[in-house]
Write a protein that binds this ligand. Structure first.
Ligand code: GCB
Length: 689
């Protein structure tokens, strides 16, 4: 199977730090073990996993739709493996089977039972594969994401397994398919999070009124939705085919684009009758005209030069943002079977944006121009579907992002769908691409192994996207702890070695200064921090934002000498709740808090190392149940059903004002409403915030 990584062998250096006598609990003792992480084995590089695209040599089908689901007893999650439920239809178990849509989280579909389920569930469906697919091709089964762990069987045969949600995996299933007949696919999905999963969580047993039951706890602030979250693809390739592509691009000052590419082939060594002779590489512009081409007999790598290239620019930084070429690879083989010469064996087309990304101790630059990022932290989250991919939601979100004038977002706190990454490329929205290490603590070697794997799989998946401008290695790790230092040294060194020309960052909530100083910041290229002035600190005090925020940002820069970005600020806000003077949770308070932050950002922008402001959050989202959350986290600028709160209009003013100031973009016509002739139609002429 392709795309699979497993926990690796470790050589450990362990230092046990003497306890101070008060903490005897096992968890505390564990937290005091400090591993040096000096010797580790890096993940085996992921292979394959090109996004399934149709071509003259490939067919693609989706297995999305209604599947059947069986809920396994939380007290015995492995019952189905023991009893081999995959050997026959799940109906044969005699247990209740319910309809379950794919893609979707399973949690909010039913009215009971499933929402807080801990352990395994079993999915199943049948499908036919035509006889045509049997000859001279391979058939692949690919999952966009199953959270958290998946084991897959086809017709009772084990096809693949994968751990870590939000990431794709696939396998060649040609040998276990029934061509011209019916096939059964069975998936076991386990949602349990432990100290070694990414993200971490704990499963414990509690006594309820009806007996003991396992519960899942976690410290991160979003609901642990689970299930088959993204599309399931069935696709074919020729026996010898292009299995992987990596590109990097540059743009010279005289507008010559450069694309360095590498391709990997699968099957060529097994099949002696079909040896690759060359690859025809053609770059087509958006009208389909060939802008550069090459016949490459070296096959595996090469460079295309594109005079007068149209660069990839972010939204509102250029009249034609998100410009994409199509990079076509046609693989030719010499055929023994005819004397017609070489024939096209495989063809794959990759959308490509040409741009140069670079960074210094003060700036992040795109095509030589310093960036100022204005955007959001987000979540993949919506009513009923949870984290399931929904194209209607995706399109709506991008319309809102553009309406508000943002140019970037962070994929807080895990990799987002491949479809959303393609949208970001097309619309010129810059992405800070985050792996699923949120709130990590207890820095043990097994966690490091999984964390490295999460980053490796993310970078492998997203390295060809023009929109990706940085990798975020973690959100709010407990990076002030002693164990974090060697952990992050190992993690960052490894990640830098595979970073594909992007800077490394993280969203930090530790301090820039001792005694709780962050051990991670010094290792990064861009320091990002999260800070909730006037919310978690000094609630209600919008007069305690500007100085605290500007001083803290300054300390991050002084102490670490890197560009600095604020990745999170915000206030929970109940839509429709108003209060004058402003009071926390009201829309008025969110507006006031944002406005004070804008003042701080404008002070900081004068110092050229402050490179971005990200609101927490784009939209309201679901969390675990706690008394600080009313139906979830309400810090959205938009509601969960994607309608604007009052602050969205204020933010829109700011983001477009920044676009005007920085890139001379005209303000949208309807930004301000006519109020009276004396306020120049300045709309929202609020004086008291
Ligand atoms: C944070 C976290 C984010 C939370 C947010 C909040 O610092 O990074 O996951 O949702 O605070 O609203 O508490």
């Amino acid at each position: 199977m392709r795309g699979l990584t497993w926990p690796w062998m470790w050589l450990l250096s362990v230092v046990i730090v003497a306890g101070h006598g008060e903490n005897n609990g096992q968890e505390e003792a564990q937290q005091q073990r400090v591993f040096l992480h000096e010797h580790f084995t890096a993940p085996v590089p992921t292979t394959g996993l090109l996004y399934p695209r149709e071509s003259e040599t490939r067919e693609v089908r989706k297995l999305d739709g209604m599947w059947r689901l069986l809920i396994s007893q939380p007290s015995d999650p492995l019952q189905g493996v023991r009893e081999k439920w995959y050997d026959d239809s799940l109906h044969k178990t005699g247990l209740e089977i319910i309809p379950m849509p794919v893609p979707a989280s399973y949690n909010d579909i039913t009215t009971e039972k499933l929402r807080d389920h801990v352990g395994t569930v079993w999915y199943e469906r049948t499908f036919f594969v035509s006889r045509d697919w049997e000859e001279n091709r391979r058939t692949w089964l690919r999952f966009g994401s199953v959270h958290y762990e998946a084991v897959v069987w086809i017709n009772g045969q084990n096809a693949m397994s994968h751990i870590i949600g939000h990431l794709p995996f696939e396998a060649d299933i040609s040998n276990i398919l029934s061509f011209g007949g019916e096939n059964r696919i069975t998936v076991m999905c386990d949602n349990r999070l432990t100290n070694h999963t990414v993200p971490q969580g704990q499963v414990s047993t509690v006594k309820t009124d009806s007996g003991e039951t396992p519960i899942q706890s976690y410290t991160f602030d979003f609901f642990n939705y689970a299930g088959i979250h993204r599309s399931v693809h069935l696709y074919t390739t020729p026996l010898v085919h292009i299995s992987d592509i990596a590109i990097s691009t540059q743009l010279s000052s005289d507008q010559v684009g450069r694309i360095d590419y590498r391709i990997w082939l699968d099957g060529s060594t097994e099949n002696s009758t079909m040896q690759p002779t060359h690859v025809l590489v053609q770059l087509r512009d958006s009208d389909g005209v060939v802008a550069a081409q090459q016949v490459n007999r070296a096959v595996y790598n090469g460079t295309l030069l594109v005079p007068g290239a149209k660069p990839w620019w972010p939204y509102l930084m250029h009249p034609e943002p998100g410009y994409l070429y199509s990079l076509e690879f046609e693989l030719f083989v010499s055929s023994d079977e005819g004397d017609d010469g070489d024939e096209v064996l495989d063809a794959y087309r990759l959308p490509v944006g040409i741009r140069t990304l670079s960074w210094t101790h003060t700036s992040l630059l795109l095509n030589g121009k310093p960036l100022y990022l204005r955007g959001f932290g987000r979540h993949e989250d919506s009513d009923i579907r949870g984290k399931g991919l929904d194209n209607a939601l995706l399109a709506r979100d991008f319309n809102l992002i553009k309406w508000v004038g943002a140019n970037a977002y962070r994929t807080s706190h895990y990799p987002y769908s491949e479809e959303s990454m393609q949208f970001a490329d097309e619309h010129g929205i810059m992405i800070v691409d985050e792996c699923s290490a949120v709130n990590i603590d207890i820095f043990e070697p097994e966690l490091l192994s999984n964390h490295m794997s999460a980053l490796e799989q993310l970078i492998h998946r997203d390295r060809n996207h023009a929109s990706v401008i940085a990798w975020s290695v973690a959100n709010e790790p407990r990076s002030f702890k002693m164990g974090a230092l060697s952990y992050f040294q190992a993690l960052v060194n490894y990640t830098r070695s595979i970073a594909q020309g992007r800077p490394l960052t993280a969203a930090i909530n530790a301090s820039p200064d001792p005694p709780k100083q962050c051990h991670l910041a010094a290792l990064l290229d861009i320091v990002g921090f999260n800070r909730y002035n006037a919310w978690y600190q000094n609630s209600g005090r919008t007069d305690m934002i500007v100085n605290l925020l500007t001083e803290e940002a300054q300390r991050w820069h002084q102490n670490f000498g890197k560009p600095v970005i604020l990745f999170e600020y915000g206030a929970d806000t109940m839509e429709g709740l108003h209060s004058l003077p402003a009071y926390i949770w009201s829309e008025d308070y969110q507006v006031a808090l944002f406005s004070q932050h804008f003042k701080a950002f404008d002070k900081l922008r004068k110092q050229k190392w402050f490179i971005g402001e990200f609101v927490w959050n784009f939209a309201d989202f679901k969390t675990a149940q706690t008394y600080t959350r009313v139906g979830g986290n309400k810090k959205g600028v938009f509601t969960r059903s994607r309608q604007p709160k009052e602050v969205a209009h204020i933010l829109r003013w700011r983001y477009f004002a920044l676009a005007k100031e920085l890139d001379r973009v005209p303000l949208p016509k309807h930004l301000s409403l006519y109020i009276s002739s004396s306020v120049n139609g300045n709309g929202h002429a609020r004086t008291e915030l």
